[in-house]
Ligand binder design. Structure first.
Ligand code: PRX
Length: 662
């Protein structure tokens, strides 16, 4: 991606918000943005306290704002009590929005279902009562392994309603990944579906749960609740497995919310880090909800008449904050889409925007790049064939958006009039931390622009000192903020070491990305991860996780995984493998590549399948035995090695590792 970073740094196209947009915006004009930043700088706690009082409804008001006594385990609004589901549902109904459509669900086959706020509350209450009936109580962890569905949102909201902590596992993860999360979370119940329907196919989901529950470490699970999506074959284990429609039948449509402390863990969400073991990122209820609401209002300028569509799956943090919580807590109408952007053809997104008159659209660069390519191949799917005039704000998330894709998005989807919010954030930040605001920030393609008001983002050197604008360094956030990660579940030590390292003084939140600020404007450009984490189609994957999956195959002695730039996926996965047997060639090599790719899919999930596997008699190592990943990255890109390799133990294997098995 180095070429695109270069081009971003020299990007001089600037897109100012139109006066008409500014006039109606929730944050109207650069002065309003700066006033918010100034308020936060002058009285940091007072600023967040004001916003928390104005935007969140508290059952018991808070008097403490930020408690730093246990730093870096910060607490916000800790003596306040609230319920996230009440803030998303009952609050809106009390405000007269009961008959407003909350969710427009479009199934893979195009069937549309609309659910009002009153209906959604009734469904959430019934399911929450069902969970209580199964003995789930405040603080219990519940795994949700569901496709994109109304039920997915209902399941999350129902957990929130009774104070159970949900942990959603993306439906593309394998039984093994599911097992790891069940064990780490000590979950008591799993909510899943018989099958998922994507791209015109029914794909089994429940068998992965069955397989996970045969593996050691899953004894904490008492029940599996199964939503019947397709009606396809589904094995049900008597006494353990129950149908959603059976447990929810005859339940009351009222369920008094469990009023929880602001710090009560709303959810755990597992994400990759630099070791082989995913981290259970723990979020709070109060601070998290505040930021979900604020960013939905300010970054997307959500208004009562909007139709909001975030295309992310609920298995990722984007689907938590901008499907399940933010838009509903703001009383919005949102789209939930079951399918894939390329079925029945690559015009699906554009057709849905047209059909549902979507006004705010939020997706990932990888999807945009794939759809650009699809429209080149099949011009019938080009967005120009659709009426996209309902759109007024666009968003991008998950990875850097290259200026070419930005311009295409701006011109072809946004009709040249819609501002693009390039939102930088992470599972750990809970919501946007660096992003433009559409009625305030002049946009520069490829830059996520400026910090969200109140977020003290900066770029520092190895000792934690600010670097000058124009110079690269580590992206940090200097003060704790309400929606930040609270800890890593079961691993507070790893939390401290990963995010508040001593080298930087122990007080700065280290995002794990490199960044640079434009020398004139101070705009941020993200340069990518500084650790061994890849972003493949916007999905975060640790190289160590993939390496562990590879070495768990009986044939593999050693493996090293690196990323290489990919036109559509952002990064592709390249694996270098040493077998216990001789280095394979020809047909045998092809067969083993196939086996290994399937093995990784089985261990982690299809998203982690290496795009390329190369075999060597050994890996390039220093004399002290360290794998020289820098060389592996150069080889992956197909570039010649020009750097010094004098410390390399075995230079001859570099030639072997150039060979890509087709
Ligand atoms: O490297 C950054 C990249 O995605 C990482 C966070 O991944 P995850 O926790 O899965 O959350 C993704 C959705 C919020 C970051 O450390 N990233 C995210 N947004 C951007 C980005 N890189 C550049 N520009 C962005 N807008």
């Amino acid at each position: 991606m180095s070429t695109s970073i270069e081009s971003v740094l020299h990007e001089n196209r600037v897109f100012n918000p139109s006066p008409a947009f500014v006039a109606q915006a929730n944050v109207s004009g650069m002065d309003a943005y700066q006033a918010l930043c100034a308020e936060a700088a002058a009285d940091y706690e007072g600023y967040w306290a004001r916003l928390a009082r104005e935007n969140v409804v508290w059952k018991q008001p808070f008097s403490t704002v930020l408690d730093e006594s246990g730093a870096p385990f910060y607490q916000w609004f800790s003596d306040g009590k609230l319920n996230a589901s009440w803030n998303c549902l009952d609050k809106n109904i009390e405000a007269g929005l009961g008959d407003k459509v909350a969710i427009i669900f479009e199934a893979d086959d195009g069937k549309v279902t609309r659910v009002t706020y009153s209906e959604l509350l009734a469904r959430v209450a019934r399911f929450a009562n069902a969970l209580k009936g199964l003995g789930v109580k405040k603080g219990d962890r519940v795994i949700i392994y569901l496709p994109m569905s109304i039920e997915g949102v209902v399941a999350m909201q129902a957990c929130a309603r009774i104070g159970a902590t949900h942990s959603v596992v993306f439906g593309g993860f394998s039984a093994q990944s599911l097992r790891d999360r069940i064990e780490d979370a000590g979950a008591v119940l799993i909510i899943t579906a018989d099958e998922q329907c994507r791209g015109g196919k029914n794909l089994p989901l429940k068998p992965a749960v069955d397989e996970a529950l045969t593996l050691p470490g899953t004894g904490s699970i008492k029940n599996v609740v199964v939503y019947r999506r397709s009606g396809g074959p589904c094995n049900m284990v008597p006494g353990r497995d129950l149908w959603w429609h059976d447990v929810a039948a005859n339940q009351s449509e009222t369920c008094e919310p469990e009023w929880v402390e602001a710090e009560h863990p709303l959810f755990l969400l597992y994400t990759s880090g630099s070791t082989g073991k995913p981290k259970g990122v723990q979020h709070s209820t109060g601070g998290y909800l505040l930021h979900a609401i604020l960013t939905t209002r300010w970054t997307f300028d959500l208004k009562p008449g909007d139709v909001f569509w975030c295309t992310a799956d609920i298995g990722w943090v984007t689907g938590h904050t901008y499907v399940t919580y933010g838009p509903l807590a703001c009383g919005g109408t949102e789209i939930v889409f079951e399918g894939v952007p390329t079925f029945p053809d690559a015009g699906r997104f554009w057709k849905m925007i047209q059909d549902h008159k979507v006004s705010i659209f939020y997706t990932a660069p990888t999807a945009i790049r794939a759809l650009i390519k699809a429209a080149d191949i099949n011009p019938g799917t080009h967005p120009k064939h659709y009426d996209l005039s309902s759109l007024r704000v666009l968003g991008s998330v998950g990875e850097p958006i290259n200026p070419e894709a930005w311009m295409w998005y701006h011109d072809n989807i946004g009709g040249g009039r819609c501002p693009i919010m390039d939102t930088f954030w992470q599972t750990e930040t809970g919501g946007h931390v660096i992003t433009p605001l559409p009625g305030a920030t002049p946009l520069v393609p490829g830059s996520c622009t400026l910090a969200f008001p109140g977020i003290m983002a900066a770029v520092v050197d190895e000792a934690g000192h600010d670097v000058e604008w124009g110079k690269g360094g580590f992206l940090v956030i200097k003060r704790p903020w309400p929606s930040m990660i609270r800890t890593i579940w079961n691993d507070p030590d790893r939390f401290r070491k990963s995010y508040f390292p001593e080298d930087l003084g122990g007080k700065l939140y280290l995002a794990g990305d490199g960044a640079v600020r434009n020398a004139q404007s101070g705009y941020f450009t993200i340069m990518g991860r500084i650790d061994d984490v890849l972003s493949v189609s916007g999905h975060r994957l640790g190289t160590m996780e993939i390496e562990s999956a590879l070495v768990s195959h009986p044939l593999v002695a050693e493996a090293a995984v690196v990323g290489k730039p990919h036109d559509i996926k952002g990064e592709a996965i390249v694996a270098y493998v040493v077998l216990k047997t001789a280095r394979p060639t020809g047909e045998e090599a092809k067969r083993i590549v196939n086996d290994l790719r399937n093995h990784v899919a089985h261990e982690i999930g299809p998203i982690a399948k290496p795009d390329e596997i190369r075999f060597g008699d050994n890996l390039p190592k220093t004399r002290s035995g360290k794998i020289m990943r820098r060389l592996l990255r150069t080889l992956a890109k197909g570039e010649e090695i020009t750097s010094d390799i004098s410390t390399l133990e075995n230079p001859a294997i570099l030639d072997q590792l150039k060979e890509v098995i087709k």
